[in-house]
Design a protein around this ligand. Structure first.
Ligand SMILES: NC(=O)c1ccc[n+]([C@@H]2O[C@H](COP(=O)([O-])OP(=O)(O)OC[C@H]3O[C@@H](n4cnc5c(N)ncnc54)[C@H](O)[C@@H]3O)[C@@H](O)[C@H]2O)c1
Length: 246
């Protein structure tokens, strides 16, 4: 029970890594607010949490809209009295080589992956500052450290998210709010399911552990950073990639 009695909000938690994070936090004693832009998946994930004996609130909404983020966090605080843990997980890809990348695809990926996290962080800092406690975990990517062909927009958004993480860590440390990033490598989810088998094989060859990671393996690291075990860790980027980026 690493986060017993804590209140957590996870964005993009209707499926994939976000869903696994919400379930891991609930298994370790947290009540969870489950955000997703797809309302039905948010509700379905909340339904999975409740049998674990924890409270779950589905909070559908688009994190690119600052107003929706503010309302969602206010709703969470009204419902559960506080907000201890924010996991900025929602993210998208729109891959293309730079020469062919459309403005809309650059803007959309930056808006969801970077501005969306900023919107949620800004709104969450109010209750967290009041409480003088907070754990913010941003789901970045090894691509934000290494760069990647065909992912200029995605890599820039995740690199930006890492810089945002370190800035929040510095600004909010005096309020006992920590902010860390988790940078997954190549993880089995819907996001990577559509990649061609030959691309998957080529990527797996670069992974010393010789396989893709599981959403639960990312969730375990988020759980650690959300728990008291990581009370003295802030501004850190925890790479979860089977050794790929070292
Ligand atoms: N799968 C990987 O290999 C991998 C690797 C590194 C980092 N990541 C990161 O992990 C996070 C989760 O990825 P995943 O593989 O689970 O992806 P996924 O596509 O399976 O899930 C993403 C979820 O975010 C939701 N979402 C998208 N836009 C949103 C918005 N504007 N507002 C609210 N919710 C929104 C989607 O509906 C979906 O449920 C992302 O930030 C991704 O960039 C994934």
């Amino acid at each position: 029970m690493l986060v017993e009695g804590k209140i957590a909000l996870v964005t993009g938690a209707g499926r994939g890594i976000g869903r696994a994070i919400a379930l891991a936090l609930a298994r370790h004693g947290a009540d969870v607010v489950i955000n997703d832009v797809l309302a039905e998946t948010a509700e379905a994930a909340a339904e999975e949490v409740r049998p674990l004996g924890r409270r779950a609130l589905a909070a559908p909404g688009n994190i690119t809209d600052p107003k929706q983020c503010k309302e969602m966090i206010e709703r969470a605080v009204t419902e559960f009295s506080r907000l201890d843990i924010l996991v900025n997980n929602a993210g998208i890809t729109r891959d293309q080589l730079i020469v062919g990348m459309k403005d809309e695809d650059w803007d959309l990926v930056l808006n969801v992956n970077l501005k969306g996290a900023f919107n949620c962080i800004r709104a969450a800092l109010r209750p967290m500052s009041r409480q003088r406690f907070g754990r913010i975990i941003n789901i970045a990517s090894v691509v934000g450290i290494m760069g990647n062909v065909g992912q200029a927009n995605y890599a820039a958004s995740k690199g930006g998210l890492i810089a945002l993480t370190k800035t929040v860590a510095r600004e909010m440390a005096s309020r006992n709010i920590t902010c860390n990033a988790v940078a997954p490598g190549f993880i089995q989810t819907d996001m990577t399911a559509s990649l061609k088998p030959e691309i998957k094989e080529a990527v797996i060859k670069q992974v010393p552990l010789g396989r893709m990671g599981l959403a639960e393996e990312v969730a375990g690291c988020v759980l650690f950073l959300a728990s008291d075990l990581a009370a003295y860790v802030t501004g850190h980027v925890l790479v979860v990639d089977g050794g790929m980026a070292m």
